[in-house]
Design a protein around this ligand. Structure first.
Ligand code: ATP
Ligand code: MG
Length: 421
Protein backbone atom coordinates (compact mmCIF):
# COMPACT_ATOMS: atom_id res chain seq x y z
CA UNK A 1 0.00 0.00 0.00
CA UNK A 2 1.39 3.42 -0.81
CA UNK A 3 2.10 5.87 1.99
CA UNK A 4 -0.67 8.35 2.72
CA UNK A 5 0.13 11.97 2.02
CA UNK A 6 -0.44 14.25 4.96
CA UNK A 7 -0.74 17.99 5.39
CA UNK A 8 2.50 20.00 5.71
CA UNK A 9 3.64 20.51 9.31
CA UNK A 10 2.29 23.73 10.74
CA UNK A 11 -0.35 24.09 8.00
CA UNK A 12 -3.76 23.24 9.34
CA UNK A 13 -7.06 22.09 7.97
CA UNK A 14 -9.94 23.96 9.49
CA UNK A 15 -12.83 21.55 9.86
CA UNK A 16 -16.52 22.56 9.78
CA UNK A 17 -16.99 22.73 13.55
CA UNK A 18 -14.02 25.10 13.86
CA UNK A 19 -14.77 27.06 10.74
CA UNK A 20 -18.10 28.06 12.32
CA UNK A 21 -16.05 29.82 15.03
CA UNK A 22 -13.83 31.38 12.35
CA UNK A 23 -16.84 32.70 10.46
CA UNK A 24 -18.31 34.14 13.63
CA UNK A 25 -15.03 35.89 14.41
CA UNK A 26 -14.47 37.12 10.88
CA UNK A 27 -17.99 38.42 10.41
CA UNK A 28 -17.92 40.19 13.78
CA UNK A 29 -14.66 41.93 12.88
CA UNK A 30 -15.70 42.72 9.29
CA UNK A 31 -18.89 44.26 10.53
CA UNK A 32 -17.02 46.54 12.92
CA UNK A 33 -14.30 47.66 10.46
CA UNK A 34 -17.10 48.41 7.99
CA UNK A 35 -18.82 50.60 10.57
CA UNK A 36 -15.60 52.60 10.94
CA UNK A 37 -15.58 53.21 7.19
CA UNK A 38 -12.66 50.96 6.24
CA UNK A 39 -12.63 49.38 2.78
CA UNK A 40 -11.44 45.87 2.01
CA UNK A 41 -8.40 45.38 -0.18
CA UNK A 42 -7.74 41.89 -1.57
CA UNK A 43 -4.09 41.23 -2.18
CA UNK A 44 -2.02 38.50 -3.82
CA UNK A 45 -0.50 35.83 -1.58
CA UNK A 46 2.74 35.83 -3.57
CA UNK A 47 4.94 38.91 -4.10
CA UNK A 48 8.49 39.57 -5.28
CA UNK A 49 10.95 38.61 -2.55
CA UNK A 50 12.53 42.07 -2.68
CA UNK A 51 9.31 43.65 -1.45
CA UNK A 52 9.59 41.84 1.87
CA UNK A 53 13.34 42.36 2.11
CA UNK A 54 12.84 46.09 1.71
CA UNK A 55 9.80 46.47 3.97
CA UNK A 56 10.37 43.97 6.75
CA UNK A 57 14.15 44.40 6.68
CA UNK A 58 17.08 42.05 6.12
CA UNK A 59 17.99 41.76 9.78
CA UNK A 60 14.67 40.48 11.08
CA UNK A 61 13.75 36.91 12.00
CA UNK A 62 11.17 36.90 9.24
CA UNK A 63 13.56 37.72 6.42
CA UNK A 64 16.58 35.92 7.89
CA UNK A 65 14.95 32.58 8.50
CA UNK A 66 11.19 32.42 8.14
CA UNK A 67 10.27 33.18 4.54
CA UNK A 68 8.98 30.66 2.03
CA UNK A 69 10.98 31.82 -0.97
CA UNK A 70 11.23 30.06 -4.32
CA UNK A 71 12.12 30.69 -7.94
CA UNK A 72 9.30 30.49 -10.43
CA UNK A 73 9.70 29.04 -13.92
CA UNK A 74 11.06 32.34 -15.10
CA UNK A 75 13.72 32.37 -12.37
CA UNK A 76 12.11 35.27 -10.51
CA UNK A 77 12.50 35.12 -6.74
CA UNK A 78 9.04 35.05 -5.21
CA UNK A 79 7.87 34.72 -1.61
CA UNK A 80 4.68 33.58 0.07
CA UNK A 81 3.70 36.67 2.05
CA UNK A 82 4.75 36.47 5.72
CA UNK A 83 2.54 39.46 6.61
CA UNK A 84 0.17 41.89 4.91
CA UNK A 85 1.49 45.43 5.33
CA UNK A 86 4.15 45.12 2.61
CA UNK A 87 1.67 44.02 -0.06
CA UNK A 88 -0.88 46.59 1.08
CA UNK A 89 1.61 49.46 0.75
CA UNK A 90 2.82 48.10 -2.58
CA UNK A 91 -0.73 47.91 -3.94
CA UNK A 92 -1.84 51.29 -2.60
CA UNK A 93 1.23 52.96 -4.12
CA UNK A 94 0.87 51.07 -7.40
CA UNK A 95 -2.74 52.22 -7.80
CA UNK A 96 -1.98 55.83 -6.94
CA UNK A 97 -4.01 55.70 -3.74
CA UNK A 98 -1.51 57.36 -1.45
CA UNK A 99 -0.34 60.77 -2.50
CA UNK A 100 -2.38 63.53 -0.84
CA UNK A 101 -5.12 61.10 0.00
CA UNK A 102 -6.51 59.39 3.02
CA UNK A 103 -7.02 55.66 2.90
CA UNK A 104 -8.56 53.35 5.45
CA UNK A 105 -8.03 49.76 4.38
CA UNK A 106 -8.31 46.23 5.74
CA UNK A 107 -7.47 42.76 4.45
CA UNK A 108 -7.50 39.18 5.59
CA UNK A 109 -5.97 35.90 4.53
CA UNK A 110 -3.21 33.37 5.04
CA UNK A 111 0.38 34.33 5.89
CA UNK A 112 3.38 32.01 5.79
CA UNK A 113 6.39 31.81 8.08
CA UNK A 114 8.81 28.94 8.56
CA UNK A 115 8.61 28.83 12.36
CA UNK A 116 8.62 26.00 14.89
CA UNK A 117 4.98 24.92 14.96
CA UNK A 118 3.35 24.93 18.40
CA UNK A 119 0.09 26.03 19.95
CA UNK A 120 -0.71 29.49 18.55
CA UNK A 121 2.29 29.44 16.18
CA UNK A 122 1.93 27.89 12.75
CA UNK A 123 3.59 27.98 9.34
CA UNK A 124 0.39 28.94 7.57
CA UNK A 125 -1.61 31.24 9.80
CA UNK A 126 -4.24 33.90 9.18
CA UNK A 127 -4.39 37.56 9.95
CA UNK A 128 -6.89 40.35 9.71
CA UNK A 129 -4.94 43.53 9.10
CA UNK A 130 -5.98 47.16 9.06
CA UNK A 131 -3.95 50.10 7.71
CA UNK A 132 -4.52 53.83 7.31
CA UNK A 133 -2.52 56.17 5.10
CA UNK A 134 -2.30 59.94 5.04
CA UNK A 135 -3.19 60.57 8.68
CA UNK A 136 -0.63 61.89 11.14
CA UNK A 137 -2.48 60.92 14.27
CA UNK A 138 -2.71 60.64 17.20
CA UNK A 139 -6.49 60.76 16.65
CA UNK A 140 -6.39 57.92 14.12
CA UNK A 141 -4.09 55.90 16.41
CA UNK A 142 -6.84 56.18 19.02
CA UNK A 143 -9.49 55.28 16.44
CA UNK A 144 -7.63 52.06 15.69
CA UNK A 145 -7.25 51.15 19.33
CA UNK A 146 -10.93 51.88 20.00
CA UNK A 147 -11.85 49.71 17.03
CA UNK A 148 -9.81 46.80 18.39
CA UNK A 149 -11.44 47.27 21.79
CA UNK A 150 -14.82 46.99 20.03
CA UNK A 151 -13.75 43.64 18.54
CA UNK A 152 -13.05 42.19 21.99
CA UNK A 153 -16.27 43.60 23.34
CA UNK A 154 -18.33 42.10 20.51
CA UNK A 155 -16.54 38.76 20.84
CA UNK A 156 -16.89 38.67 24.61
CA UNK A 157 -13.10 38.75 25.08
CA UNK A 158 -12.66 42.09 26.84
CA UNK A 159 -11.72 40.42 30.14
CA UNK A 160 -9.14 38.23 28.45
CA UNK A 161 -6.89 40.83 26.85
CA UNK A 162 -4.92 43.82 28.03
CA UNK A 163 -3.59 46.72 26.02
CA UNK A 164 0.09 47.63 26.08
CA UNK A 165 1.32 50.80 24.45
CA UNK A 166 4.62 52.57 23.92
CA UNK A 167 6.13 55.31 21.83
CA UNK A 168 9.15 54.67 19.64
CA UNK A 169 9.81 58.36 19.08
CA UNK A 170 11.41 59.69 15.93
CA UNK A 171 14.22 57.79 14.23
CA UNK A 172 16.72 60.38 15.54
CA UNK A 173 15.51 59.94 19.12
CA UNK A 174 15.74 56.21 18.68
CA UNK A 175 19.28 56.42 17.33
CA UNK A 176 20.40 58.25 20.50
CA UNK A 177 18.59 55.70 22.62
CA UNK A 178 20.02 52.81 20.65
CA UNK A 179 23.57 53.96 21.39
CA UNK A 180 22.77 54.13 25.14
CA UNK A 181 21.16 50.71 25.08
CA UNK A 182 24.06 49.16 23.20
CA UNK A 183 26.61 50.48 25.67
CA UNK A 184 24.49 49.20 28.59
CA UNK A 185 24.14 45.75 27.01
CA UNK A 186 27.72 45.52 25.72
CA UNK A 187 28.90 45.84 29.31
CA UNK A 188 26.74 42.81 30.20
CA UNK A 189 27.06 40.88 26.97
CA UNK A 190 28.13 37.59 28.56
CA UNK A 191 24.85 37.49 30.54
CA UNK A 192 22.66 37.78 27.45
CA UNK A 193 21.03 34.81 25.74
CA UNK A 194 22.51 33.72 22.44
CA UNK A 195 19.82 35.30 20.24
CA UNK A 196 20.15 38.61 22.03
CA UNK A 197 23.94 38.58 21.62
CA UNK A 198 23.41 38.22 17.90
CA UNK A 199 20.75 40.94 17.85
CA UNK A 200 22.99 43.28 19.78
CA UNK A 201 25.11 43.39 16.62
CA UNK A 202 22.39 43.36 13.98
CA UNK A 203 19.30 44.99 15.50
CA UNK A 204 19.81 45.98 19.15
CA UNK A 205 16.26 47.23 19.79
CA UNK A 206 15.03 43.70 19.20
CA UNK A 207 16.90 42.60 22.34
CA UNK A 208 14.12 44.38 24.26
CA UNK A 209 11.78 41.77 22.79
CA UNK A 210 13.70 38.81 24.24
CA UNK A 211 11.60 36.15 25.94
CA UNK A 212 14.64 34.84 27.89
CA UNK A 213 14.12 35.35 31.65
CA UNK A 214 17.75 36.23 32.43
CA UNK A 215 17.86 38.77 29.64
CA UNK A 216 14.55 40.20 30.80
CA UNK A 217 15.97 40.70 34.29
CA UNK A 218 18.91 42.60 32.82
CA UNK A 219 16.55 44.72 30.80
CA UNK A 220 14.64 45.82 33.88
CA UNK A 221 17.46 48.28 34.66
CA UNK A 222 18.29 49.20 31.08
CA UNK A 223 17.76 52.77 29.86
CA UNK A 224 14.15 53.42 28.84
CA UNK A 225 13.15 54.65 25.42
CA UNK A 226 10.52 56.87 27.08
CA UNK A 227 13.32 59.05 28.51
CA UNK A 228 14.65 59.77 25.02
CA UNK A 229 11.50 60.86 23.22
CA UNK A 230 11.59 63.99 21.06
CA UNK A 231 9.06 66.78 21.80
CA UNK A 232 6.78 65.93 18.88
CA UNK A 233 6.54 62.25 19.86
CA UNK A 234 6.04 63.16 23.50
CA UNK A 235 3.10 65.42 22.62
CA UNK A 236 1.68 62.72 20.31
CA UNK A 237 1.89 60.16 23.10
CA UNK A 238 0.28 62.48 25.63
CA UNK A 239 -2.74 63.03 23.39
CA UNK A 240 -2.92 59.28 22.76
CA UNK A 241 -2.95 58.42 26.46
CA UNK A 242 -5.29 61.22 27.52
CA UNK A 243 -7.79 60.31 24.77
CA UNK A 244 -7.65 56.65 25.80
CA UNK A 245 -8.26 57.81 29.38
CA UNK A 246 -11.25 59.84 28.24
CA UNK A 247 -12.59 56.81 26.36
CA UNK A 248 -12.17 54.64 29.44
CA UNK A 249 -9.80 52.23 27.69
CA UNK A 250 -7.30 50.79 30.16
CA UNK A 251 -3.68 50.39 29.04
CA UNK A 252 -0.26 49.64 30.38
CA UNK A 253 2.77 51.57 29.19
CA UNK A 254 5.40 48.99 28.28
CA UNK A 255 8.68 50.73 27.48
CA UNK A 256 10.05 47.48 26.06
CA UNK A 257 7.44 47.21 23.35
CA UNK A 258 9.38 47.81 20.13
CA UNK A 259 9.59 47.23 16.42
CA UNK A 260 13.08 46.77 15.11
CA UNK A 261 12.93 48.90 11.99
CA UNK A 262 13.70 52.53 11.34
CA UNK A 263 10.51 53.40 9.52
CA UNK A 264 8.45 52.72 12.65
CA UNK A 265 7.85 55.72 14.87
CA UNK A 266 5.70 57.01 17.69
CA UNK A 267 2.75 54.78 18.63
CA UNK A 268 3.13 51.01 19.06
CA UNK A 269 0.53 48.83 20.72
CA UNK A 270 -0.26 45.21 21.43
CA UNK A 271 -3.19 43.37 22.89
CA UNK A 272 -1.94 40.45 24.96
CA UNK A 273 -3.48 37.57 26.87
CA UNK A 274 -2.21 35.27 29.63
CA UNK A 275 -4.30 32.39 28.35
CA UNK A 276 -2.07 31.24 25.49
CA UNK A 277 1.39 30.86 27.05
CA UNK A 278 4.27 32.36 25.10
CA UNK A 279 1.98 33.05 22.12
CA UNK A 280 0.21 35.78 24.06
CA UNK A 281 0.02 38.59 21.50
CA UNK A 282 -3.28 38.48 19.64
CA UNK A 283 -3.04 41.87 17.96
CA UNK A 284 -0.04 44.07 17.22
CA UNK A 285 0.14 47.47 15.62
CA UNK A 286 1.97 50.70 15.22
CA UNK A 287 2.81 53.78 13.25
CA UNK A 288 5.17 53.47 10.28
CA UNK A 289 5.43 56.95 8.79
CA UNK A 290 8.70 56.18 6.99
CA UNK A 291 7.76 53.06 5.05
CA UNK A 292 6.03 54.45 1.97
CA UNK A 293 8.97 56.75 1.30
CA UNK A 294 11.40 53.90 1.81
CA UNK A 295 9.56 52.00 -0.94
CA UNK A 296 9.97 54.91 -3.33
CA UNK A 297 6.75 56.83 -2.64
CA UNK A 298 6.19 60.33 -1.28
CA UNK A 299 6.38 60.70 2.53
CA UNK A 300 3.06 59.34 3.82
CA UNK A 301 2.08 58.90 7.44
CA UNK A 302 0.66 55.46 8.15
CA UNK A 303 -0.52 53.35 11.04
CA UNK A 304 -1.84 49.81 11.15
CA UNK A 305 -2.25 46.60 13.06
CA UNK A 306 -2.67 42.90 12.43
CA UNK A 307 -4.31 40.23 14.51
CA UNK A 308 -3.77 36.50 14.48
CA UNK A 309 -7.03 34.68 13.82
CA UNK A 310 -5.81 31.29 15.16
CA UNK A 311 -4.85 32.84 18.49
CA UNK A 312 -8.22 34.54 18.80
CA UNK A 313 -10.01 31.29 17.98
CA UNK A 314 -7.92 29.54 20.67
CA UNK A 315 -8.86 32.29 23.08
CA UNK A 316 -12.56 31.95 22.28
CA UNK A 317 -12.24 28.20 22.81
CA UNK A 318 -10.24 28.57 26.03
CA UNK A 319 -12.86 30.87 27.48
CA UNK A 320 -15.72 28.58 26.44
CA UNK A 321 -17.28 31.27 24.30
CA UNK A 322 -18.01 28.98 21.39
CA UNK A 323 -21.13 27.25 22.78
CA UNK A 324 -23.52 29.55 20.97
CA UNK A 325 -21.64 29.39 17.70
CA UNK A 326 -22.53 26.28 15.80
CA UNK A 327 -23.58 24.99 12.47
CA UNK A 328 -26.50 22.99 13.89
CA UNK A 329 -29.55 22.76 11.66
CA UNK A 330 -32.87 24.23 12.78
CA UNK A 331 -34.90 21.53 11.03
CA UNK A 332 -34.13 17.93 10.16
CA UNK A 333 -36.38 16.41 7.51
CA UNK A 334 -37.16 12.73 7.91
CA UNK A 335 -38.79 10.58 5.21
CA UNK A 336 -37.89 8.33 2.36
CA UNK A 337 -37.61 8.64 -1.34
CA UNK A 338 -36.99 11.64 -3.55
CA UNK A 339 -40.07 13.48 -2.19
CA UNK A 340 -38.11 14.15 1.00
CA UNK A 341 -35.43 16.09 -0.84
CA UNK A 342 -38.00 18.05 -2.81
CA UNK A 343 -39.99 18.82 0.33
CA UNK A 344 -36.84 19.96 2.21
CA UNK A 345 -36.14 22.38 -0.59
CA UNK A 346 -39.67 23.79 -0.38
CA UNK A 347 -39.12 24.31 3.35
CA UNK A 348 -35.94 26.28 2.55
CA UNK A 349 -37.97 28.45 0.20
CA UNK A 350 -40.67 29.10 2.80
CA UNK A 351 -38.32 29.60 5.77
CA UNK A 352 -35.62 31.62 4.17
CA UNK A 353 -33.46 31.98 7.29
CA UNK A 354 -33.70 28.42 8.54
CA UNK A 355 -31.00 25.78 8.23
CA UNK A 356 -32.72 22.68 6.91
CA UNK A 357 -30.90 19.37 6.81
CA UNK A 358 -32.50 16.57 4.84
CA UNK A 359 -32.08 12.92 5.68
CA UNK A 360 -30.74 11.23 2.60
CA UNK A 361 -30.24 7.54 2.07
CA UNK A 362 -33.56 6.26 3.51
CA UNK A 363 -33.51 3.65 6.29
CA UNK A 364 -35.76 2.79 9.20
CA UNK A 365 -37.81 5.59 10.77
CA UNK A 366 -36.29 5.00 14.21
CA UNK A 367 -32.77 5.33 12.87
CA UNK A 368 -33.69 8.47 10.99
CA UNK A 369 -35.12 9.99 14.17
CA UNK A 370 -31.89 9.18 16.01
CA UNK A 371 -29.96 11.02 13.28
CA UNK A 372 -32.37 13.94 13.61
CA UNK A 373 -31.73 14.04 17.33
CA UNK A 374 -27.94 13.72 16.99
CA UNK A 375 -27.85 16.54 14.43
CA UNK A 376 -28.73 19.02 17.16
CA UNK A 377 -31.77 20.23 15.21
CA UNK A 378 -34.59 21.88 17.16
CA UNK A 379 -37.36 20.32 15.13
CA UNK A 380 -37.89 17.19 13.04
CA UNK A 381 -40.21 17.47 10.06
CA UNK A 382 -41.60 14.04 9.31
CA UNK A 383 -42.81 13.18 5.87
CA UNK A 384 -44.41 9.71 5.94
CA UNK A 385 -46.81 8.18 3.41
CA UNK A 386 -49.90 9.68 5.10
CA UNK A 387 -48.35 13.12 5.19
CA UNK A 388 -47.45 12.92 1.52
CA UNK A 389 -50.97 11.82 0.61
CA UNK A 390 -52.48 14.77 2.53
CA UNK A 391 -49.88 17.41 1.63
CA UNK A 392 -49.07 17.69 5.33
CA UNK A 393 -46.04 17.29 7.55
CA UNK A 394 -45.67 16.16 11.14
CA UNK A 395 -43.75 18.59 13.28
CA UNK A 396 -41.90 17.00 16.20
CA UNK A 397 -40.12 19.17 18.75
CA UNK A 398 -36.81 17.57 19.66
CA UNK A 399 -35.68 19.87 22.49
CA UNK A 400 -38.94 21.03 24.04
CA UNK A 401 -41.74 19.23 25.90
CA UNK A 402 -44.35 20.05 23.30
CA UNK A 403 -46.82 17.75 21.56
CA UNK A 404 -46.14 16.99 17.94
CA UNK A 405 -48.50 18.63 15.48
CA UNK A 406 -49.56 18.03 11.92
CA UNK A 407 -49.37 21.08 9.67
CA UNK A 408 -50.27 21.70 6.04
CA UNK A 409 -47.03 21.75 4.03
CA UNK A 410 -47.73 25.19 2.59
CA UNK A 411 -48.41 26.70 6.02
CA UNK A 412 -45.01 26.13 7.55
CA UNK A 413 -44.12 29.74 6.88
CA UNK A 414 -46.85 31.08 9.18
CA UNK A 415 -46.23 28.44 11.87
CA UNK A 416 -42.49 29.20 12.03
CA UNK A 417 -42.55 32.91 11.32
CA UNK A 418 -39.41 33.44 13.41
CA UNK A 419 -37.34 31.66 10.76
CA UNK A 420 -38.62 33.86 7.92
CA UNK A 421 -37.15 37.11 6.66
P1 ATP B 1 5.36 36.78 17.90
O1 ATP B 1 6.15 37.67 18.79
O2 ATP B 1 4.28 36.01 18.61
O3 ATP B 1 6.20 35.91 17.03
P2 ATP B 1 5.19 38.67 15.73
O4 ATP B 1 5.75 39.90 16.32
O5 ATP B 1 6.04 37.83 14.86
O6 ATP B 1 4.56 37.75 16.89
P3 ATP B 1 3.47 40.14 13.95
O7 ATP B 1 4.35 40.01 12.79
O8 ATP B 1 3.35 41.43 14.66
O9 ATP B 1 3.81 38.99 15.01
O10 ATP B 1 2.00 39.61 13.52
C1 ATP B 1 0.79 40.07 14.11
C2 ATP B 1 0.03 38.95 14.78
O11 ATP B 1 -0.07 37.80 13.95
C3 ATP B 1 0.69 38.41 16.05
O12 ATP B 1 0.41 39.22 17.13
C4 ATP B 1 0.02 37.06 16.18
O13 ATP B 1 -1.27 37.19 16.75
C5 ATP B 1 -0.10 36.62 14.75
N1 ATP B 1 1.00 35.71 14.37
C6 ATP B 1 2.27 36.05 14.02
N2 ATP B 1 2.99 34.95 13.71
C7 ATP B 1 2.14 33.89 13.85
C8 ATP B 1 2.27 32.47 13.64
N3 ATP B 1 3.40 31.93 13.22
N4 ATP B 1 1.19 31.69 13.90
C9 ATP B 1 0.02 32.22 14.32
N5 ATP B 1 -0.16 33.54 14.51
C10 ATP B 1 0.88 34.37 14.28
MG1 MG C 1 7.22 36.14 15.20
Amino acid sequence: MSKKIQAIRGMNDILPEQSAIWRHLESTVKDIVGRYGYGEIRLPIVEYTDLFKRTIGEVTDIVEKEMYTFSDRNDESLTLRPEGTAGCVRAAEEHGMLYNQIQRLWYTGPMFRYEKPQKGRYRQFHQIGVETFGLQGPDVDVEMILMTAKFWQALGLSDQVTLQINSLGSSEARATYRAELVSYLEARKDQLDEDSQRRLESNPLRVLDSKDTKTQLLLADAPSLMDFLDEDSKAHFEVLTSTLDAAGVAYEINPRLVRGLDYYCKTVFEWVTDALGAQGTVCAGGRYDGLVEQLGGKPTPAVGFAMGIERLVLLLEATGLTGEISSKPDFYVVGSGPETVLFADKVRDQLSHAVVQCHCGGGKFKKQMKKANDSGAEIALILGEDEIANAQVTVKYLREQKDQVVVAQNELGSVFAQFCK
